[in-house]
Design a protein around this ligand. Structure first.
Ligand SMILES: [Zn+2]
Ligand SMILES: [Zn+2]
Length: 71
């Protein structure tokens, strides 16, 4: 009899990038801080999404608030 180990990654818990609470990979909103768990900037002007390491919007050039403007 084979072991029924499922190799699904969708149920893995990760730490929220904002508050550190454990959330699941497919979580859209952290239950603790209500933000998108991965730190991604969203431009308030054109709604484009940029990486946390970016300091300005790739599309319109708007500078992000340091530590803010997250999804
Ligand atoms: Zn959080
Ligand atoms: Zn923009």
């Amino acid at each position: 009899m084979e072991h029924g180990i499922t190799r699904s990654n969708s149920n893995e818990a990760v730490a929220c990038g904002h508050c550190g609470a454990l959330v699941f990979n497919d979580t859209k909103r952290c239950p603790q801080c209500k933000k998108f768990p991965a730190k991604l900037h969203i431009c308030k002007k054109c709604k484009s999404i940029s990486a946390d390491s970016d300091d300005r919007c790739w599309k319109c050039g708007r500078v992000f608030v340091p530590g803010g403007d997250y999804l």
